[in-house]
Design a protein around this ligand. Structure first.
Ligand SMILES: NC(=O)c1ccc[n+]([C@@H]2O[C@H](COP(=O)([O-])OP(=O)(O)OC[C@H]3O[C@@H](n4cnc5c(N)ncnc54)[C@H](OP(=O)(O)O)[C@@H]3O)[C@@H](O)[C@H]2O)c1
Length: 227
């Protein structure tokens, strides 16, 4: 069975990915900041190993890569993400908080994808995805605001698009996926769909991801989104 590595696997969409892939018989390499507190993740059934990883800790990323040296990873899911301060007008942006959102949402997915691309290249399926947001779409921005989150996800999209082009030579396909508005801690209770539906849809999109459509910005229901 294939292997996937997931960041932010202790709750929300990352946890749901771990649950669904483990239930399908995949080997799941789950990462999260505090494995000892990851009760829901630790309770999942299936072939799951859990590693501690704060995605902004680049030394830890390298350490984990050494531990996993030579292990084929069919699918890398960059799931960890933060929103940052909410409802902040353009005159009062917290620039330190903005930098932190960039570290988690933009820089970490590149670092992790770059470091583990060796493992992905060794695998059969050879796929890397990042969970982005339609909030990162410049074409679809009709409501303004959300400077921090929008810019971090727009930059993530730019980063993953370049990676899709650069990793073609290693036969690795890359995509950025919008999960929909999902009832997680980030999405809140008023969101439109459950994590189960979002992840089931994204898994279908991932199933259809190959070199011929690498570099997509795609919704969980399979429709392409405007950059
Ligand atoms: N929910 C939505 O409606 C929605 C919509 C569009 C896009 N997204 C995107 O989907 C992804 C998952 O979001 P979610 O809804 O599942 O959010 P969530 O429930 O808030 O979960 C966020 C996850 O990211 C992890 N994380 C945050 N900072 C981290 C760090 N420095 N190192 C490692 N892990 C870290 C959290 O771990 P801790 O428990 O340790 O904090 C948690 O596992 C994010 O990229 C988000 O931007 C979500």
């Amino acid at each position: 069975m294939p292997t996937c590595l997931i960041t932010g696997a202790n709750r929300g969409l990352g946890l749901e990915f771990a649950k669904q892939y483990a239930a399908e018989g995949w080997k799941v390499i789950a990462t999260c900041r505090r494995p000892a507190l990851a009760e829901a993740l630790n309770a999942l059934e299936g072939e799951i190993e859990v590693h501690p990883l704060d995605v902004t800790d680049f030394a830890r990323i390298e350490e984990l890569a050494k531990k996993l040296d030579g292990v084929p990873i069919d699918l890398l899911i960059n799931g960890a993400g933060i929103y940052g301060p909410r409802v902040v007008p353009y005159g009062s942006v917290d620039y330190a908080a903005w930098a932190e959102v960039f570290r988690v949402d933009t820089m970490a997915p590149l670092k992790i994808s770059a470091v583990f691309s060796k493992n992905v290249a060794k695998s059969k399926l050879k796929r890397i995805v990042a969970i982005t947001s339609n909030m990162g779409s410049i074409g679809d921005n009709t409501s303004g605001g959300s400077y921090v989150y929008r810019s971090a996800k727009a930059a993530l999209n730019a980063v993953m698009k370049s990676l899709a082009i650069d990793l073609k030579q290693k036969q690795i396909a890359v995509a950025v996926l919008h999960p929909g508005w999902v009832r997680t801690d980030m999405g809140g209770p008023g969101a439109k769909i459950e994590a189960f539906e979002s992840v089931a849809g994204m898994r279908e999109v991932i199933d259809g991801l190959g070199l011929e459509n690498s570099g997509r910005f795609v919704n969980y229901d399979g429709t392409d989104l405007s950059w």
